[in-house]
Unconditional design. Sequence first.
Length: 239
Amino acid sequence: MYNPTVARLTYRALLGRRRAAILFVLPALLIVIAVAVRAFAGADDQVAANVLGGFAIATMVPLIGVIAGTGAIGPEIDDGSIVYLLAKPVKRPTIIFTKLIVAIAVTMVFSALPTFVAGMILNGNGQQIAVAYTIAALVASIAYSALFLLLGTVSRHAVVFGLVYALVWEALFGSFVPGARTLSVQQWSLALAEKVGGEGAITSEVGLPLATVLLAAVTVLATWYAGQKLRTLKLAGEE
């Protein structure tokens, strides 16, 4: 199911000079914020949770997911170069699965690692906050990558739709509107963080069993449907 050649090409596309520069901006900003907050407020568990929950999980992780997920396949479909890949003797679900693995890896590296570093800076992992939010970032990276890879497969405006979802639904509605929180990857991932963090340090609107089911279902269904949509792309000369 995993093709090294497809993976290498996808990594090269995602980590090109321009896209890599964009990927570094948000993690760098998180670290700068963490250093500044620690300098002015000291080590405070609640402040650490607010920074990691409000910026890292609610904003940084979904935005990096948009860049990695849509960038793994969207540009190839937009410029037509996908036909060269589809012409190779590689099964189309294998292409999707490989690109998903690459998108997940890139999202995890650029979101979970800086989240952990920022958490350690903020309060030295008091109440397991740094570890809890890192786990949330890791889990969310999987679901976001699948969702945004699907968007990149079905729409030429995947980045726009992805940004709307990340900035409006996740960062705004997912954080402040009670009813929307149940349908938020952010809240699902926080359910796992709540289990790891100290009592009362992290809260989620979704219970852990439901969150686990929803995360798995969204990831599997989005990946499956992306594979089905790629199957429908016809090459020149195909019947």
